[in-house]
Design a protein around this ligand. Sequence first.
Ligand SMILES: Cc1ncc(COP(=O)(O)O)c(C=O)c1O
Length: 396
Amino acid sequence: MSVSETNPVMTTYARQPVMFRRGKGAWLWDTDGKRYFDALCGIAVCGLGHAHPQVTEAICAQAAELLHTSNLYRIDHQEKLAELLTRASGLDNAFFCNSGAEANEVALKIARRYGNDLGVDGPTVITMDGSFHGRTMATLSATGNPKVQQGFEPLVPGFIHVPYGDTDAVSEVMAQNKNVVAVLVEPVQGEGGVVVPPDGYLESLRTICDRHDALLMLDEVQSGMGRTGKWFAFQHENVVPDVMTLAKSLGNGVPIGACLAGPKAANIMQPGMHGSTFGGNPLACRAALAVISTINGDSLTDRAAALSQRIFADFKKKLKDLSAVKEVRGKGLMIGIELDRSCGELVARGLDAGVLINVAADNVVRLLPPLIMSDDEAGSMVSTVCDLIEAFCGDD
Ligand SMILES: Cc1ncc(COP(=O)(O)O)c(C=O)c1O
């Protein structure tokens, strides 16, 4: 029998042969009781670590009170969450959904509607080479990675891809193409290999968008919620977007996404134009409220920035003489170590060594550790990962 005949789970993932039973803080235990340091956090989801007491308490209390009603009615936790997110971001309002792809779908619908309302013929969105925005038809069409798109043609039309970090390319497209209504961009590319754009990139994009009356839409699904040392990565620059999307660590593992909009975009969506059955339900919003209150109460944005400084300094010092290491880069606790070779095998070696890591773009070791880790945990994570890279690169 083929795998698909024996496995009742659809084979969309190339999974590692390990199953986790429980977690606490930065640690996971597998079904055999082996302990692992989680330097990946479910790909930037569990920023507060596993089984965080405040989040657990909030989820349990809400489950005992009310899980779900419907967006046909007012939802107090949703209103409160929207208030906190708009206050933290400087934007005006929020739509809640269940994932990053869904949040980006809302952003793309806002862009289409914005263009159509202005009478633009065939509204078009500029996105970046190497970007990742999700796996729905519109978001995979927006994504700048042919591997994600291959075999799913015809793609959704209305996207033009340009090189990441290249503002001249954006200007040129806008000058030539009057249909461009928005730019959708990650402040730091995650799946693309932890790519940090040049300083001032978002400010330049803001200027170009303003000049052409286009929306600046930031995908902060991976970079948001304190991970880069600010609430949102755009806050490292003097800029406010028109639209921002969030998901991943917003609920620390409870599925929730959000699309926030500023003055130019906040009133585009009107009743009946979009919706989600589960989006922003009482359980998910209560979890997200606990996440925000913990980040605030424990000053975790500052903590992420402090940990980051130390981790980058340590990595750079420890790996400086290894010629196979091309670059150590990132922002806050989005950490990438680019090697001169494919290194997917490091994931399994990490599991053997008791650390969960990821490889992005084939040759970039990606770490997305929790904001709550201790200095000692950060130090031993760096040592373990350096040992893994040294042993791997010394193999040839
Ligand atoms: C920047 C970015 N946008 C969107 C997504 C899609 O999020 P989801 O898997 O929750 O749909 C991801 C997921 O990795 C992402 O990193």
